[in-house]
Design a protein. Sequence first.
Length: 104
Amino acid sequence: MSRAAKPLRIQILDKEYLVACPEDEREALFASAEFLSDKMREIRDGGKVVGADRIAVMAALNMAHELLQQRNSKDDYQHHISNRIRALQDKIDLALNQGNQLEF
């Protein structure tokens, strides 16, 4: 597939933007634009934030917060799994050492 970026029209919160995008990433760009537009619409319809710039910043902050929460959750899970693997390795080492001692 070609990695040459071609201009693509997307809509975010009722505004059209022209974005250069490789052909094989078009679907992802459209999905991202739709996701962002939905987030911005939620904020706008909430009525607490006025102005497209402020709405965009609030949407970006909310999405960054969600991303960091997911990243932290993933890191916590990986840490938990690493601890469990270490504990299992210790048990295996202990069992092997006990088995070796019985042979002598």
